[in-house]
Design a protein around this ligand. Structure first.
Ligand code: 1PZ
Length: 215
């Protein structure tokens, strides 16, 4: 295979990683989930330094999860399901206010999980947009419907400002490096149901365990 071609970054591989985090019995593998986020952050970094305050926070959370996996109880963190069970059974989650466990896997994953909803809404808008669609508006709408509800005023302002720096739809599609606009749309159509499924499974698991408002 062409070496240069192989090194080129494709958003398809990133979205494939997310799909691969689902096991046959619908558990979510943390290694793959985290790898998916790593790829997304890499993609975001390629869009410009204005996003570095976002990428810094995301990298921090990715690192927390990677450390849980590498730690002495790493095998308990194999899936989101086993993590929830383990951390709750051992009182490792701050349930009402931040205290002894500011870096629990549960609260850290919840932040990424909320961001995954943003991703789903944004990619769906991108998929169904016309040639003259405005990426910054699509991004802002997706954000206002999801993550914004959980962010302070200052973070919301900074985020909405950063979105204005997003390249136009045509350039955005090119940076995704998936192929023609038609191929991008097809790829998104295939990837989105799986991203939605990963989101839904986590959402139900968190709801069942009363974890959706972790501080
Ligand atoms: C392609 C354009 C990129 C748009 C990214 C949209 C997401 C905007 C999120 C901005 C949040 C940045 C600042 C950090 C906020 C944190 O306070 C929160 C809550 O964490 P806590 O303070 O409770 O520890 N962090 C988050 O909400 C996690 C945000 C992760 C964002 C990952 C974005 C990945 C982008 C992929 C692009 C394809």
């Amino acid at each position: 295979a062409d070496v240069v071609e192989d090194q080129k970054f494709s958003l398809k591989e990133v979205l494939d990683t997310f799909q691969s985090c689902l096991t046959d019995n619908k558990e979510i593998l943390i290694d793959q989930y985290v790898a998916g986020w790593r790829g997304l952050v890499r993609f975001m970094n390629s869009l410009g330094t204005i996003f570095s305050f976002i990428s810094k926070d995301a990298v921090g959370k990715i690192q927390i999860m990677a450390n849980h996996r590498k730690g002495g109880h790493g095998e308990q963190y194999e899936t989101v399901q086993s993590m929830v069970k383990y951390e709750l059974a051992h009182g490792l989650v701050d349930l009402t206010k931040r205290a002894d466990h500011p870096e629990s896997g549960c609260r850290t994953t919840l932040r990424l999980h909320r961001a995954l909803r943003w991703l789903e809404l944004f990619l769906e808008r991108l998929r169904t947009s016309g040639e003259d669609g405005k990426t910054s508006a699509m991004c802002a709408e997706a954000y206002n419907e999801s993550l914004a509800h959980h962010h302070s005023w200052i973070i919301r302002k900074a985020s909405l400002m950063a979105f204005c720096a997003l390249p136009g739809r045509a350039t955005f599609f090119e940076v995704m490096n998936v192929g023609t606009p038609d191929q991008v749309v097809t790829m998104l159509g295939e990837a989105l149901p799986l991203i939605a499924e990963v989101y839904q499974i986590t959402e139900e698991l968190y709801a069942k365990n009363n974890l959706l408002d972790l501080p």
